[in-house]
Design a protein around this ligand. Sequence first.
Ligand code: ATP
Length: 235
Amino acid sequence: MLQVNNIDVYYGNIHALKGVSLEVNEGEIVTLIGANGAGKTTLLKTLSGLLKPKHGTILYNMQQIGGKPAQGIVKNGIVHVPEGRRVFANMSVEENLELGAFLRKDRDGIKKDLNRVYEMFPILNERRKQLAGTLSGGEQQMLAIGRGLMSKPKLLLLDEPSMGLAPIIVQQIFEIIQTINQEGTTILLVEQNAHMALSIADRAYVIETGRIVLSGSAKELQESEQVKAAYLGGV
Ligand code: ATP
């Protein structure tokens, strides 16, 4: 479904991604784990068209999308849920969700997806008129994911959904990520929380200072001494 081949991405002189290659097959949950500043967000921004790779190709369903405008990429089904749950604080929960559908014209489909989001996140249904800025951190993360779902993703890019949340909320969010995947959406999950990410992923990549240094099945990485020492707290 997605093939990233040898991309280099720069911010001015800063070489943030160095020859990164990875692939995501339809139906998978793939996770990219790495420390702060490793380049995870940069990769997602490049996939969703916010940054242009200087070299290399990005193929989505065999079409080259590297450097193409972000709006077209969303229309084709690649939807990015950014880090830090960027919800519109002064708009209601429901208005935020409706914004996720702003490129769609299929009213019936939009209504159906809105109901599905409320089923998946009953707390959002209870708070549909509440201003998004007054939600708890976990609720805002749920809203950010719900808004992503309203764009009808085929490939959902999730940037650190566990960030700053209590373990029980992280658990809930990861269960929902699995449900979304089981319902047919392919997922690329970027995480610092390697333990949780590897527990739900099929395959994984490890990124360090802009380079992919390891890859394999999630199980192989969970058992790797290098991953245990660096990302799983030595357990
Ligand atoms: P984090 O979890 O902290 O967000 P990350 O793995 O997502 O980390 P990136 O945000 O992709 O890391 O950053 C990769 C590198 O690019 C870092 O060295 C960072 O300082 C640099 N970088 C990111 N954004 C910019 C920017 N707008 N201008 C210049 N350098 C940037």
